[in-house]
Design a protein around this ligand. Structure first.
Ligand code: GLV
Ligand code: MN
Ligand code: MN
Length: 420
């Protein structure tokens, strides 16, 4: 007898996202869940309990990624499902968490149906996707592919001065080791990630689900300016080497450069600024700011990067200020696998769910994985396009629709005989 399909549970998805939101350093002021922090560990325990309850084999890799494996009847290559549970400071409850909860939900429904995958299915929660705890984006996914050395992991520090490596080791001690540490292309058939869209496109076009075609690349920098500290009252304007004035002009220059950029999907953001010593009556001798620039086309991103840095350089030269540029993160734009995209579209059609094909301006762990492994991403709408803020919200019914596509795609991939 054919087993009846089990629909993902909207209530369970909603309850689990809400439960995870309680693991938060800043209740009432958005969600702040730094990688490996106390609320992060508590959220991980909550997730591991659920996944162990489903009979999955769990553990934490040497890079701090959580893995839960549903063994297949045969062996490799497996299907990877994943996202992240770290948050930006004062962020929302849906970024990353939605994908993790949807992956668990998909597995839970398939298990309830009595489905037996031929290939193993691994749920992976990548550490430090946001880059706001250790200053470098996509660390867990890059490290899982061997793209970041242990030495680099030891050099990345959080606000308390603790290194990524030491925190990952402690995190592993709490939860134990998983079946594998590294994601190897030969052992992985595909990666699937469901994520909130973080923009307005799905809502505006009235779609519940999007299929991602390509993911933007992002370059992040810390740019430091050195001038000369001096007295705010006694120093005539023409004798000043004012680092803050340089910073202000640089930010205006960045806005001008992006408006001239030829690609509409190019963006630039200065999200953090500081100066030293920082007092009303001192001309600041030092100032620094973050710069995040993105585009979905590699050539366009390279042009943007060149134009931005040259503009900032010219402004500092004109003001006789010195400049130090440190690139803190880098990810390249990537087109997602056509085979997986077609499969997602086919599954959507079979389930009568209209989907919109669209690029992602936000960066995801999937962008790193897609460099080595066929990867697909499913988007669900973000209310009013808000994200990385406390107002972030996605309707659970939309997540359920995206999760149905995820679940049915897992079924197809895990029975797929092409790769033995
Ligand atoms: C990750 O959320 C990003 O900054 O795109
Ligand atoms: Mn995310
Ligand atoms: Mn994010």
């Amino acid at each position: 007898m054919k087993q009846k399909k089990v629909r993902p549970s909207k209530t369970r998805i909603e309850e689990r996202i809400s439960e995870i939101s309680t693991f938060n350093l800043t209740p009432g002021q958005g969600t702040t869940r730094p990688t490996f922090s106390e609320p992060y560990i508590a959220a991980s325990k909550y997730l591991f309990d659920i996944m162990e309850g489903l009979g999955l084999e769990t553990g934490v890799t040497c890079h701090g990624n959580m893995i839960a494996t549903w063994e297949g009847e045969n062996n490799q290559p497996g299907i990877l499902l994943g996202s992240h549970i770290d948050s930006v400071p004062h962020g929302g409850n849906y970024d990353g968490v939605t994908g993790v909860i949807a992956a668990i939900e998909a597995v839970q429904c398939l298990k309830k149906e009595g489905f037996k995958p031929l290939k193993p299915v691994h749920i992976i929660v990548f550490a430090e996707e946001e880059g706001t705890t250790f200053g470098h984006m996509l660390v867990g996914s890059k490290a899982s592919l061997g793209q970041i050395t242990q030495k680099k992991l030891a050099s990345l520090k959080n606000k308390e001065g603790k290194s990524y490596l030491e925190c990952a080791e402690k995190f592993q001690k709490i939860f134990g080791k998983p079946l594998f540490d590294y994601i190897r292309p030969e052992m992985t058939r595909a990666m699937l990630e469901l994520h909130v869209e973080q923009s307005v496109v799905l809502e505006e076009k009235n779609f519940q689900v999007g299929i991602v075609t390509e993911i933007a690349g992002a370059q992040e920098y810390i740019i430091s300016i050195k001038g000369l500290a001096n007295h705010a009252g006694a120093t005539p304007m023409k004798f000043r080497l004012d680092a803050v004035a340089g910073l202000g002009e640089a930010i205006v220059g960045i806005e001008k450069t992006i408006t001239k950029h030829k690609s509409p999907l190019g963006v630039a953001t200065v999200g953090s600024v500081s100066c030293f010593p920082g007092a009303a009556n001192i001309i600041a001798g030092e100032a620094s700011f973050s710069l995040d620039i993105r585009d979905v086309k590699k050539e366009n991103l390279e042009i943007l990067e060149r134009n931005m840095l040259s503009k900032i350089g010219k402004i500092m030269d004109k003001r006789n200020l010195s400049l130090e540029i440190n690139r803190t993160s880098s990810s390249i734009p990537i087109v997602l696998d056509e085979g997986i995209r077609s499969l997602l579209e086919e599954v959507a059609e079979d389930n009568n769910i209209p989907v919109l094909k669209m690029p992602s301006g936000a960066v995801h762990d999937s962008a790193e994985i897609a460099r080595f492994i066929p990867t697909g991403m499913i988007f669900v709408p973000s209310k009013n396009g808000r994200s990385h803020c406390s107002e972030e919200y996605t309707n659970a019914e939309d997540i359920t629709q995206g999760c149905t596509i995820l679940k049915e795609t897992i079924r197809k991939l895990s029975l797929d005989q092409i790769f033995k």
